[in-house]
Design a protein around this ligand. Sequence first.
Ligand SMILES: [Zn+2]
Ligand SMILES: [Zn+2]
Length: 180
Amino acid sequence: MSRNQIITPISQQQQAEVIAATNRCIDRASVLYGRVFETLPINFDLQGRCAGMYQVRGSMRRIRFNPWLFAKYYQDSISDTVTHEVAHYIVDRLYGLKRVKPHGAEWKKIMLDLGAIPKATANYDLTGIPTRQYQRFAYSCGCRTHRLTAIRHRKIIEYGAKYLCQFCHGRLVAAPQETL
Ligand SMILES: [Zn+2]
Ligand SMILES: [Zn+2]
């Protein structure tokens, strides 16, 4: 596969299979632990090197999956990644996320109970997987456009930091914003 070729993310049909597998896994946990864990919203909006993420915002809980990594490693993902994220959810409901380590003994026990190997990381080959695009901010000096990271941009805005162009030694000033 060539360097620039991007994997096609999983289809609607496969997304439906992943959602069904996730819900089955949650149901299995409900039976195992004798209480009802509700199903969650599942989004396929994760990019980069993470295959899955269990996310809590206020009272909102959801599971996010990476549709490119799922496409590249479908069988592994629909078993391992699904169980991995469901186990985080069950830990959250049984213990509370703040009270235990993310991949601690509680999570490991639940992974084993659900029939999975409690391995916290996977080494995926990311060829063809689009990685997160970091926002850059356009600045100009006397000679060219510079693209500063969000961190540098914030230092300029909030702390009045000064950066000079290494070529013309002119001071960098904000150019009309664009996102790369
Ligand atoms: Zn995890
Ligand atoms: Zn310059």
